[in-house]
Design a protein around this ligand. Structure first.
Ligand code: PLP
Length: 390
């Protein structure tokens, strides 16, 4: 029987974290106790000043449609924030506000990439990149992230793989799932190899730019000549514990911003108005809460990394940013997908198989440490015991 679905749906991938979360919730419904280390969201509450700003905005009537690209004051606030944090001159009309940052991937790829174009992207990496590249019938060119180099991409690899068909290079730093970062020197090599190309763009996913444990975040947009070649993606989900608010943005050349805004008109119409007002408070208000969250993540990082390294068969690198670890589980002798299922069904720990992040994620698990130290310790205990009971 022929499928009822459009052909293009065959190439669309998914984000497995949501599927594992659903399985874990089903087990909880049956009375099982599960430690959730699968989903990438801060366990903290959204800071009070931001919540109050949203309530105030609702009462002030920010409950109607707004412009597709975002409220002018919010776009201006974002432009100022990005200018300050990246050392560039971003303008309000280069900003597009979206419900979460994820649509920036979707829309910029839809707007720029033709069938047959080549797109480089990190692997293991956020699964939506590969999903979208396939969806638009482009050619995925995975950039491996060598574990022995702390999952830092090799810029020389990019240099070797940029061809005349290359349209987009996706970078994500700090990286999900590895916590890897890049240096300014790496970024310079990447910028140099596309310096004479006005048809190649970089999608810089900087959603974890504020969750960094040592050193300073470097943005490719701040390198000479790169601002107009970069679509900078950022948002509020991770930094301000606002995953459910759905608030993110992209900063890009004005002509690209207009196309992305047109895609917003065709899909969401606009981003929720009162959450945008809360976004202004997030960026302009006190930054003590997000700073406290990062300090807490840093403590948890120590607990999870040393705990995993104490388990036979597992080795774990220390992530430099974001809130994930990507331990190597080869020594357990188990396939990472089987191990993920075993831990979920028999040990009460929800984790993701490394292959949820692409083929180079083989032999790894991804665990989020956006959970309490107590729960992390419980999970470590369960993983150690679960590996003995096979
Ligand atoms: N980029 C990366 C690398 C992520 O890990 C995520 C969320 O998990 C996002 C973007 C999307 O964030 P949101 O759509 O919640 O703003």
């Amino acid at each position: 029987m022929s499928s009822i679905f459009a052909k293009r749906m065959e190439t669309l991938g998914t984000e497995t974290a949501f599927e594992v979360l659903a399985k874990a919730r089903a087990l909880e419904k049956q009375g099982k106790d599960i430690v959730h280390l699968e989903i990438g969201e801060p366990d903290f509450d959204t800071p009070k000043n931001i919540k109050e700003a949203a309530v105030k905005a609702i009462n002030a009537g920010y409950t109607h449609y707004g412009p597709s690209a975002g409220l002018p004051d919010f776009r201006e606030t974002i432009a100022q924030y990005v200018s300050k944090t990246r050392g560039i001159k971003a303008e309000a009309d280069e900003v597009v506000v979206t419900p979460g940052a994820k649509p920036i991937m979707f829309f910029s790829i839809l707007a720029l990439v033709n069938p047959g174009d080549e797109v480089l992207y990190p692997n293991p990496g956020f699964p939506i990149y590969e999903s979208m590249i396939n969806f638009v019938d482009a050619k995925p060119v995975p950039i491996p992230l060598p574990e022995e180099n702390d999952f830092r991409l090799e810029p020389e690899f990019i240099k070797r793989h940029v061809t005349k068909k290359t349209k987009l290079i996706i970078l994500n730093y700090p990286e999900n799932p590895t916590g890897g970062i890049v240096t300014k020197e790496d970024l310079k090599v990447i910028a140099d190899c596309i310096a004479d190309r006005d048809d190649v763009f970089v999608l810089a996913d900087e959603i974890y730019s504020r969750i960094i444990y040592e050193g300073k975040h470097e943005s490719i947009a701040s390198l000479p000549g790169m601002k107009d070649k970069t679509i900078l993606l950022d948002g509020f989900s991770k930094t301000y514990a606002m995953t459910g608010w759905r608030l993110g943005y992209g900063v890009m050349r004005k002509d690209i911003a207009q196309k992305v805004a047109q895609l917003m008109t065709n899909s969401n119409s606009c981003t929720c108005s009162f959450t945008q007002m809360a976004g202004i408070e997030a960026l302009k208000g006190p930054q003590t809460e997000p700073e406290k969250m990062v300090a807490e993540f840093k403590k948890r990082r120590e607990v999870i990394v040393s705990g995993l390294n104490d388990i036979k068969g597992i080795t774990c690198k220390k992530p430099h940013g974001a809130f994930y670890v990507f331990p190597n589980i080869k020594g357990t002798g188990m396939d990472c997908r089987k191990l993920g299922d075993h831990l979920l069904y028999n040990a009460g720990v929800a984790a993701l198989a490394g292959t949820c992040f692409g083929k180079y994620g083989e032999d790894h698990l991804r665990l989020s440490f956006a959970n309490s130290v107590e729960n992390i310790q419980k999970a470590l205990d369960r993983i150690a015991k679960g590996l003995q009971k096979r």
